[in-house]
Design a binder for this molecule. Sequence first.
Ligand code: ZN
Length: 92
Amino acid sequence: MADTMEEQTITCPDCHAGKMTIKYITYFTWLGNELVTVPEFPAWVCDLCGRRDYDNRAVSWLNTLLNSSTGKGKRRQYPRPPRAEQPPAASS
Ligand SMILES: [Zn+2]
């Protein structure tokens, strides 16, 4: 079984000629009046026109994270977006 999951490309819905591939970029979003940056955020980027579509699963992950962190005091440390399923840590 080959790992081909990250080699996916889709045709760009904007220019219909470019190929969109996953790239890891810095995601900016506003949380209230605070600018939140998330490094290495997965996004589909067109190699022709430069259109960016953030990965839906990663966006919903981020929204869940931001919503759950509001009201819990100030937390400025955000973990990286999930790249792959991680097994639960074994208890030592
Ligand atoms: Zn395009």
